[in-house]
Design a protein around this ligand. Sequence first.
Ligand SMILES: *Cc1c(COP(=O)(O)O)cnc(C)c1O
Length: 359
Amino acid sequence: MNRRETLIRPEIRMLSAYHVAESAGLVKLDAMENPYSWPDALVAEWLDTLRTAALNRYPDPQARALKDALRTAMAVPDDYDLLLGNGSDELIQLLMLAVAQPGRTVLAPEPGFVMYRLIAIATGLRYLGVPLRVDDFELDRDAMLAAIKQHSPALTFLAYPNNPTGNLFDETTVRAIIAASPGLVVVDEAYLPFAERSLIGLMAEHDNLLVMRTLSKLGLAGLRVGLLIGRRDWLGEFDKLRLPYNLNVLSQASASFALRHQTLLDEQAATIRAAREELTASLRQLPGLTVYPSQANFILFRTPRGRATTTFTALKRQGVLIKNLDGSGVHLDDCLRVTVGTAEENSRFLAALGTALAE
Ligand SMILES: *Cc1c(COP(=O)(O)O)cnc(C)c1O
């Protein structure tokens, strides 16, 4: 065995790095980004605030100003603390590092957010994906409860709404999962700006529940700001693993500034929600597609059998990048996922898709 094979853990050697598609020159509808920028006057005001940022100093290790702004913006009850991460991806990593021990399990429904599996494996945990119901992507209550009983997962992740399916799981089933879990349950509300409901209210009844959110989907993906909401005693443990300056000076200042202009971000989210409904209706007009209802800023749809990759490629050839999920996991055969863009981007996507399906 060579040195790399001896030194690098086998499960790491078997992983593939998180792949981000090249998007230069394309209409970018693959990554659930907010398509809108800010008015020029607001950009000028933002740049003014950055003028006073001290790049020679370390950032505030507690990011207090940003935490206060987030608490207000997200209406976090005073009983709970916030832990900030360099995106929620980093928070997922902190949670897993804190519980990682040989033989321990992380559980999540499948199809789900790929980082749960990737980070579980990277931190030496066992990952168990439990298939959602095939027809409506709802939680399979019996299968989830059986998996919890059998494997006693240290962590269970429920994305609400779920990525890549876009639906909100049944609340009664979520309650049953939390109640049956010997470990922590993390409800990942990354898509809250586009959803009708939050489960933060359940934290009052369940001391093993944490809620995770992010500014990424709201329109600040470039800043990398995620937050974990939970009881002080739990968050204190995870905070010990956080690298001291995980949120840089520019991200702290920029996110605090953006939250002072939250109405703009909220208006953009409302526009995206309305566009999602229009796009869903338009997709349903196209022949041969199964279009799943979404409470997020993306839509999952299924092409006729064996047509996902050709459709994806034909879209790309016409300058539109979406996400090809065909073959990427349970129940995702023939599936594509499109992020809701601007009205113009959505029209271009629909026109290109019409052409692609007619080929
Ligand atoms: C996009 C996404 C996130 C966000 O990750 P960040 O690191 O905060 O950008 C978290 N969870 C789910 C389910 C997502 O789809």
